[in-house]
Design a protein around this ligand. Sequence first.
Ligand code: F6R
Length: 609
Amino acid sequence: MCGIIGYIGNKNVLPILIQGLKKLEYRGYDSVGIAILDKNNGIQIEKCRGRIKNLEELIKNTDIEGTIGLGHTRWATHGSPNDINAHPHFSKSGEIAIVHNGIIENYLAIKDILLSYGYQFISDTDTEVLPHLIQHNYQGDLTEAVKKSLKMAKGSYAIGVISSKEPNKIVAAKSGSPLVIGIGEKEMYLASDIPALLNYTKKVIFLGENEIATIDKNDVHIINLEGEEIKKKIIYIDWDAEMAEKGGYKHYMLKEIYQQPLVLRENLEKYINLGKVNLSYLQLAQKEVISLEKIHIIACGTASYAALVGKYIIESIAGIPVEVDYASEFRYKTKLLNKKTLAIVISQSGETADTIAAMHSCQGKVWTTLAIVNVRGSTISREADHVMYINAGPEIGVASTKAFIGQLISLYLLAIFLGKTKNKLSEQDEKEIIIEISRIPQKIETILYQNDKIESIANQFSKYQHFLYLARDVNFPIALEGALKLKEISYIHAEAYPAGEMKHGPIALLDDNFPVVAIALRDKVYDKMINNIKEVTTREAKVIVLATEGDEQIAKIGDKVFYIPEISIPILYPLLSVVPLQLFAYHIANILGRDVDKPRNLAKSVTVE
Ligand code: F6R
């Protein structure tokens, strides 16, 4: 949800800003802009609607030079995505420029006050109140003016501010939206996310809530809104720049789908020791786990479908009742929590505003909070009581794929850990599950080898406007995820139902223009799925079936069959069944010429409510 980049040092800032913006473009791509402090200590601003290539076109004949600057790529909330609403925004004298990620919720009240002082507004954004307010509060100290202004602002923000009055610094602040400071040699960086920094440095400081950093090229000084000094640890990031490149794939999404066996192997290596799950690093007290009565899993989007798989597997493996909620709903609902409840939040980015708020609303009311997160140092990873990392590396494609697999494997391992601790799972059962799980990466590879077959099915189905995804039991969340993948990157309408629910309404939609994707694997609901598929074909709808290798009879019912390897423990099927659905969505979107990695209207991390 908007990307911020900043640099202060001795190098020409323009290419650094452009490269950083390219790395952050997945966070929002409605408009883009830069502000550079030039040689004469004036601020030059260039901004426009659209993507970074539009900005590059705009500035190609200008000679902006400087060694301090800010850049922004926008996901519009307040004000349509046009040139004027693009960031950076600036004060009326042009002395102060600001980039902002988040929403200033009380901007109308602040605007009224500023209007009464004679300030004029040119954009429709909430952000524009900030440069005027900072200018209004400026009395020779930019950090102080920012602090005073932020005390008035309500809502969420990550900001970078420069001023021509103090041309040797960037002031940055955060509340609710992420901001990372990269430490270089006589140079400093500012970014919304780590991948934008990896080409320059791996030493970072994560700015905390309500903290303000004054950054010069040699040093960072951090205070809170009360003006108290805060000492921060420098953290070393072990991702390398290559991990955040496309590596020969046409799209990040495709690369990330292909990285899934690797993600599983990483997690198995980290969390399995001598054939047993070892989550001792989580330091979950055994006594509390034994008396655990309920688990709430809270997440958004794809992560919420991982949560739903988590419900099936934790209930089945560990015998603990699980409730799953969308974070945006959980925030405002009546919560029946107690100290025998564990709250699990799942988030790739660790920055999703609703998930953060949902987690906060549990803290103190439940036994403990456990976050399943990808991005180290993210808000959720810092603020949860316990953190389980999914070790997926940077996920750049806006549509989540490898993070989903990472979330699933974490939930399987957690379910085994809980089952063992609560004495619901025997050593023998644990051993058998682990053996079968360790075969999954190779089984995913056999699916990936058949990418051409999936592409050919996608070719035959790319002209349809609607799809219905059907599955039962633990694969039902995979149907939801398959439908989400298709709609978000191809813009084709797709919905998912538990197959048994179809006859209670959705069946009315079906005809020869409304194909169905059905997951009918050899598990306890196989026969029921066969009946449902027959109900579909009777209505002349075409069916693509995901079936288990060796299932000959299904080829007689489905129009297209895609086989996946057999698993002897069927509850593990989601780790396989999701992969062909990701590829199917990918190919349809690619065939239709969609912007696969940056689908319209979306952003990678949703840091506003
Ligand atoms: C869909 C997708 C989103 C995210 C959701 C939560 O492909 O990526 O639905 O899963 O926005 O994001 P995180 O996991 O970062 O909290």
